[in-house]
Ligand binder design. Structure first.
Ligand code: PEP
Ligand code: MG
Length: 875
């Protein structure tokens, strides 16, 4: 079996086997770019390694030895040769990039003899010793599991003894001392001397990379990003080039476009006289890439050309690592760059305009879920901000929260529902669980490509990094900036689009869609087959939905209109009425109010369909709480309060108790209310139709759809349909105005789905209420399950997703398919939509497309997400 490939043997489309990094190094090699030669040990070898109980698969080691010979032949150097040693880097590379999650070893192949050869070859002993100590440190840390601080402490002490502040001030002899000390650490910590044999070093390093696939942070990262544990990682062994050989050397990372805004400009940073890890680790704050143009114009030109070439080749924005050795450019990595949602949109639209990709491809380039934060609030540009510090704008969006200095604490507080900003000098992959739970991240060191920045952009979280003005004191859990001290728990705000950091909470405003965003959504509209409507209960929501591109309203929940302060007492009167006459009096007072609501909503949606659902929730939701009433009654009794009031409250309590149910969600709600109190539904229907008449008279085209909730049986709908139709006829007769309307039902109980064929006979449309349909199909209370047990169901992989978030295709979805089929077999042009929360969730939207629904309906802010997801479902 072939476990090892040379770069020449690979291609970009072999990511599953060679990992992302290896496949792209192979691709770059084969298109003739300057890539130091290397070999790749496959992900299959990694998976086999785990099958064999963490042992290399048979034959792998021999193949590695063979392939190393090809590297020796290409470079004229030899592994372990004291005169002209071959040195390599060893890096992990999974099929899906997991930045910083896995381990890397540089300068492998150095030992007490080869370091002399390196010194001679480079003509620089200081450089060689510096490489050696880096290697010992990384090998000790990554391969042997010795804590990095143990090495760091020796170095710091030695620098103090030598009276220097910076690493680059140490001489060759001083580095040699560090090297000797590091070897002692390794011997002390492991009980064995540092392995001098390069082959042994290599196999130890490969072993460590394979092992790192299952380290804690990699596991967390995969979980957060829903990456399969079974992919495995490849190992890249590549000939070293040195960015730390002097001032004509350097190393850097760059994006071919701005990953934050999407602007078409080279964007990145580099360090002169440094080795790869220095940039990504965020330890020294690097120079912006534009400076390279002045410092090394030729290299810059070549680099810029290479970037353009790679973009054209991959037809995507690239994230590139490079090293300059003695004025010569080497490419060490390229991959599709992570970007913010804003950048993803701009890049996709620009690339269509540049003729690089098609509209369909552009639509597929943007992750609908990532649009979320673009559609959310940002800092109001008109408020005066008290900015106390400014860092780099690493990931846009604004956030406020309590300052926390520790990832564990951020995780804990976040899980408790508190808003926190994680403040660190720099973040490392070990902080990932805290970042997940934080609203935003603030770091005092590191550039735009530091770990914190990359991870935050990937997650769509606001991040300000390299905010050097703040000095963090972890011991006292505070940071200082100027004369100001900010303590743990104090509230700050950060703006990841500008880099500003402010004290306290700042006011935020609603988002607007950029021109590129609008363009992309227009292309999505051209592609998609599914309609997109919004759930809206007020004229303002309806207007917002329309602005975001909604093609109608899929659900107006009329109960929300009953909750308003001035209406609740009248609604209570209606519920508590002892006689029909009393009830009608209350309804007569509600009628004009409802009419006004419907008038506003229908008008905002002129020309588009509006589904209005008649009253749905259990009535006790409108009544005062029994326990609170008891307290009030007892107080009145004890204090000898007003007797009349006491009597009234006691009467109220009796009614509340009489209406209380053990299972209100399965109780007297939905159309059951209409069956028992037809006058309530008649009032609502009248309010709708009177509003319609006014609008018709104004010349406004309206399309009302009257919807009956929680139906289980054709007879229910037939009965209530008659109530609605009779009301419509009355209104037409009274006003002399004729109008069109339809009557339909929600499908939100399994029986309704099972009997959809019968129900369709009396319905003009169906709308899946998948919140209730999920609740009733799974038998999970939608109000209790999530807090009580559902999280564990997902955690323990009993269910893949929370079924209230991601539609349960297997169960609920099956019912939906049956209902659509049965309904359309009776009425081929039956209009079918969905208005449960799933209507705004991309994978559920895909299912709705596949099931042949006419539209999805979701909250106004999710309308753009749904437009894009519906197009992606079609492509
Ligand atoms: C549903 O059940 O999915 C629905 C949209 O109705 P509600 O959430 O109001 O019960
Ligand atoms: Mg419902």
């Amino acid at each position: 079996h072939k476990w090892v490939y040379t770069f020449e043997e690979g291609r970009a489309d072999m990511k599953d086997l060679l990992g992302g990094k290896g496949a792209n190094l192979a691709e770059m090699t084969n298109i003739g770019l300057p890539v130091p030669p290397g070999i790749i040990i496959t992900t299959e070898a990694c998976n086999q390694f785990y099958v064999e109980n963490r042992q290399f698969p048979p034959g792998m080691e021999e193949q590695v030895r063979e392939k190393i010979k090809t590297l020796e032949a290409k470079t004229g150097k030899r592994f372990g040769d004291p005169e002209n040693p071959l040195l390599v880097s060893v890096r992990s590379g999974a099929p899906i990039s997991m930045p910083g999650m896995m381990d890397t070893v540089l300068n492998l192949g150095l030992n007490d003899e080869t370091v002399q050869g390196l010194a001679r070859a480079a003509g620089d002993r200081r450089f060689a010793m510096d490489c050696y100590r880096r290697f010992l440190n990384m090998f000790g840390d990554v391969v042997l599991g010795i804590e990095h601080v143990k090495f760091e402490r020796v170095l710091e002490t030695h620098k103090e003894q030598c009276g220097v502040n910076f690493d680059n001030q140490l001489t060759a002899e001083q580095w040699q001392y560090v090297v000797e000390e590091y070897k002692k650490i390794i011997e002390r910590e492991t009980g064995n001397p540092f392995p001098q044999d390069p082959m042994e070093q290599l196999f130890n390093a490969v072993y460590a990379v394979f092992n790192s696939w299952n380290n804690d942070r990699a596991i967390v990262y995969r979980k957060v990003n829903k990456i399969a544990d079974t992919l495995g990682t490849a190992v890249n062994v590549q000939v070293m080039v040195f960015g730390n050989l002097g001032n004509d050397c350097g190393t850097g990372v760059a994006f071919t476009r701005n990953p934050s805004t999407g602007a078409s400009e080279l964007y990145g940073e580099y360090l002169i006289n440094a080795q790869g890890e220095d940039v990504v680790a965020g330890i020294r704050t690097p120079q912006p890439i534009a400076t390279l143009q002045e410092e090394m114009p030729d290299v810059y030109r070549q680099f810029a050309e290479t970037c353009t070439l790679l973009e054209k080749h991959y037809k995507n924005m690239q994230d590139i690592e490079f090293t300059i050795e003695r004025g010569k450019l080497y490419m060490l990595q390229t991959r599709n760059g992570k970007r913010t949602a804003q950048a993803a949109i701009k890049i996709a639209v620009d690339m269509v305009n540049e003729g690089l990709i098609s509209r369909e491809e552009a639509v597929m380039r943007v992750e609908p879920a990532h649009l979320d934060h673009l559609l959310h609030r940002r800092i109001d540009p008109n408020v005066n901000l008290e900015v106390f510090a400014k860092g780099l704008p690493a990931s846009p969006g604004a956030a406020s929260g309590k300052v926390v200095f520790d990832a564990d604490e951020a995780e804990k507080m976040g899980q408790e529902g508190q808003k926190v900003i994680l403040v660190r000098t720099e973040t490392t992959p070990d902080d990932i669980h805290g970042i997940v739970q934080a609203q935003g991240i603030l770091t005092s060191r590191g550039g735009m490509t530091s770990h914190a920045a990359v991870v935050a952009r990937g997650m769509g979280k606001p991040c300000v990094c390299g905010c050097e003005a703040i000095r963090i004191d972890y011991d006292n859990e505070e940071f200082m900036v100027g004369g100001l001290t900010v303590k743990k728990g104090d509230i700050i705000s950060i703006d990841g689009a500008t880099g500003q950091v402010m004290l306290g909470e700042v006011s935020m405003i609603d988002p607007e869609l950029s021109a590129e965003f609008q363009q992309l959504l227009e292309w999505a509209d051209e592609i998609r087959a599914l309609g997109v409507r919004a759930n809206a209960d007020t004229p303002a929501d309806a207007a917002k939905a329309r602005e975001f591109g909604a093609e109608g309203i899929g659900l107006t929940r009329t109960e929300h209109m009953f909750m308003a302060q001035d209406r609740l007492p009248i609604v209570q009167e209606m519920i508590l009425a002892a006689t029909e006459e009393e009830r009608q009096k209350a309804l007569d007072r509600l009628l004009p109010m409802q009419e006004e609501d419907f008038y506003g909503i229908l008008k905002a949606m002129e020309g588009l369909p509006v589904t209005i659902r008649l009253l749905d929730p259990p009535l006790h939701e409108f009544l005062p709480n029994a326990e609170e009433l008891m307290v009030e009654i007892n107080t009145l009794r004890l204090t000898g309060g007003d007797a009349g009031e006491l009597q009234e409250k006691e009467e109220l309590l009796r009614k509340v108790r009489a209406l209380s149910e053990f299972n209100p969600m399965l109780g007297h709600r939905g159309c059951r209310l209409g069956i028992t109190f037809p006058e309530v539904y008649a009032m609502q229907a009248r309010a709708i139709f009177q509003a319609v008449v006014r609008l018709v008279r104004e010349g406004c085209k309206v399309i009302p759809e009257v919807e009956i909730p929680l139906v289980i049986e054709q007879n229910e709908l037939a009965f209530l349909r008659e109530v609605v139709e009779k009301t419509a006829e009355d209104v037409m007769r009274e006003t002399g105005v004729r109008f069109e309307y339809t009557v339909g039902t929600m499908i939100e109980v399994p029986r309704a789905a099972l009997l959809a064929g019968e129900i369709a006979r009396v319905a003009e449309f169906f709308s899946f209420g998948t919140n209730d349909l999920t609740q009733t199909t799974l038998g999970f209370s939608r109000d209790d399950a999530e807090g009580k047990f559902l999280n564990e169901y997902v955690e323990k992989k009993i269910l893949k997703d929370n079924p209230f978030v991601v539609l349960d295709r297997k169960g609920v979805g099956k019912l939906m398919q049956m209902a659509v089929q049965a309904g359309r077999s009776v009425k081929p042009d039956l209009l079918v939509g969905i208005c449960g929360e799933h209507g705004g969730e991309p994978s559920s939207i895909e299912f709705c497309h596949l099931t042949g629904l006419n539209y999805v309906s979701c909250s106004p802010f999710r309308v753009p997400i749904a437009r894009l997801a519906a197009a992606q479902a079609k492509v």
